[in-house]
Design a protein around this ligand. Structure first.
Ligand SMILES: Nc1ncnc2c1ncn2[C@@H]1O[C@H](COP(=O)(O)OP(=O)(O)OP(=O)(O)O)[C@@H](O)[C@H]1O
Ligand SMILES: [Mg+2]
Length: 239
């Protein structure tokens, strides 16, 4: 038995009869930020969809010690596996506060919900300032904050994020990375998918490189950062 929160072994998944992922092995342990990196079309988003049980998959998928392969996305969400909505999808005409509360729709623990809201406003003070503003009127960075906040309102036991940095200015990305570190510090491990490989490795503990649907490298972030092949592929450096 592994004591990883998320334990993926021999996972294969795809769309219809077209296989995309082959024999994936990946774990996320308590207190970890794990980065999944790889080029366009490598299968990163597909892997998150397989873990969320949105698409068919076979192999071994365990969350908190339980075989979750047969579960529905809803059941996995209820167990605390929460993904930040892809593409920061928010309810644009609803307020920031209403969007955040949507994340807590399954919860009945009033005090816990209040605590999560306070924690979210603590991490993102700008959301507190703009709580009555419509989500559609936020900047891209603020929308990403609201999307992460909404996921936090679900009291996740594991947070998954796909392309957090997409289209955001480097300074905003840095702020968001700091927040991921703070979230890890509060005991919530994170599985993050990033095209901005070195941004992800700056905060991750470990990383996996996905190529054509297979994990081709798994190592500590430290090791991956100094990997010449990775530097060449993702920094365009020839050194
Ligand atoms: N809904 C779908 N139906 C069929 N094939 C799909 C679907 N979504 C993705 N694919 C295919 O699966 C493969 C992996 O796509 P995926 O979106 O997982 O890659 P990715 O690593 O997330 O890429 P990106 O960095 O561009 O987001 C691609 O060949 C893609 O065309
Ligand atoms: Mg993707």
């Amino acid at each position: 038995m592994s004591d990883a929160l998320l334990d993926i072994r021999g996972l294969t998944a795809g769309y219809g009869d077209v296989p995309v992922l082959t024999d994936i092995a990946l774990t996320v342990g308590a207190g970890e930020i794990v980065a999944l990196v790889g080029s366009n079309g490598a299968g990163k988003t597909t892997l998150l969809r397989a873990v969320s049980r949105i698409i068919k998959a076979s192999g071994s998928l365990r969350f908190l010690g339980e075989d979750v392969l047969p579960l529905t996305p809803e059941a996995l969400f209820a167990r605390g596996l929460v993904q930040v909505p892809e593409g920061r999808q928010l309810f644009g005409r609803m307020t920031v506060a209403e969007n955040l509360m949507m994340g807590a729709y399954r919860r009945r623990d009033r005090a816990g919900i209040d605590a999560s809201l306070a924690q979210t406003f603590d991490l993102f003070p700008v959301l507190a300032e703009r709580r009555a503003q419509t989500a559609g009127s936020l900047s891209g960075g603020e929308q990403q904050m609201c999307a992460i906040g909404r996921a936090l309102m679900a009291a996740p036991k594991l947070l998954m994020i796909d392309e957090m940095s997409l289209g955001l200015a480097p300074i905003v990305v840095d702020r968001l990375l700091d927040v991921l570190v703070a979230i890890r510090g509060q005991g919530v491990p994170i599985l993050m998918v990033e095209q901005d490989v070195f941004a992800a490795l700056a905060v991750a503990d470990r990383g996996y490189v996905l190529e054509h649907g297979r994990i081709v490298k798994a190592a500590t972030a430290e090791t991956l950062k100094s990997d010449p092949a990775l530097q060449k592929a993702y920094l365009g450096s020839d050194s």
